[in-house]
Write a protein that binds this ligand. Sequence first.
Ligand code: C2E
Ligand code: CA
Ligand code: CA
Ligand code: CA
Length: 282
Amino acid sequence: AKKSGRNTRRLFDQQMNQEVVRYVETRDALKLALAHGELELHYQPQIALGARRKDDRLIGAEALLRWNHPERGLVMPDDFIGVAEESGLIVPIGAWVLRQACRQAVAWQAAGLPVDIIAVNFSAVQFRQGKIDAVVFDALEESGLAPECLDLEITESILLEDLQRVLAALQRFEARGIQLSIDDFGTGFSSLSYLRQFPVHRLKIDRSFVRDILKDPGDRALVQTIIQMARNLNLRSIAEGVEDPLVLEQLRALGCNEAQGYLFSRPAPPEAFTRWLAGLGG
Ligand code: C2E
Ligand code: CA
Ligand code: CA
Ligand code: CA
């Protein structure tokens, strides 16, 4: 028994080592990625829902981070955001994302393309450092983007941070006109009372609830409840991960305000998104 315990322990140590090595490798490569310009943003449209499909219209885009790794190819955020957060690299990376996204939105607006909202994912970790105001306001000033056009997508994990600090920062953003969305809404375990405290403008309904609303009455009830709660609190609702036209019609019937998903477009690099936008008019 003693021996097998030792073997288990050794196996455990080996796995730990592999994880540590992987973490260190990813962290070091990520540090270089930023310096070497390997990071890029892809964009996915966000659509305001009208009475009918023909009344739907583009309101803006969400910026989604990609890592163009010299050997690994295009690396998706789920494979490196965790490391970026743990290592603190999300702070400079997040600042870059914000700057880049604001510039791109201004470029589209200057070209007469109707991108009124640029949604940027914001990690709770970014609030831990002191310069969060400078990061946000500098990106706006440098790009010339109107603050009303910027939408920060944060998750409920923000509630685990120093709440007074976070709340104060969010209130300063709100005072400038910046919008705030709660991402992955419904997946956290938080109390809902924060919704009244935070300057929130929009609830983003997680894809895991949206996906099966036609088949699963429980999911449908949940989505309906979120949409209604948003309306009662004077917030907008947006459904993410919409792939199916029938799901879209169900969301419309439930009174969902906005939608996003592969049905409209996959996240695309700026050039492809620009072509997609130009095609809307024609
Ligand atoms: P998220 O913010 O919840 O983004 C939605 C994810 O669903 C994106 O994955 C998007 O590509 C994907 N998606 C959109 N429509 C559909 C659909 O119809 N079907 C399916 N199956 N998926 C869809 P992605 O781009 O891999 O991003 C994953 C997560 O990484 C994001 O989840 C977000 O939490 C995080 N992330 C992405 N970019 C950034 C960033 O710049 N900063 C931070 N802090 N996090 C980011
Ligand atoms: Ca998001
Ligand atoms: Ca989500
Ligand atoms: Ca997310």
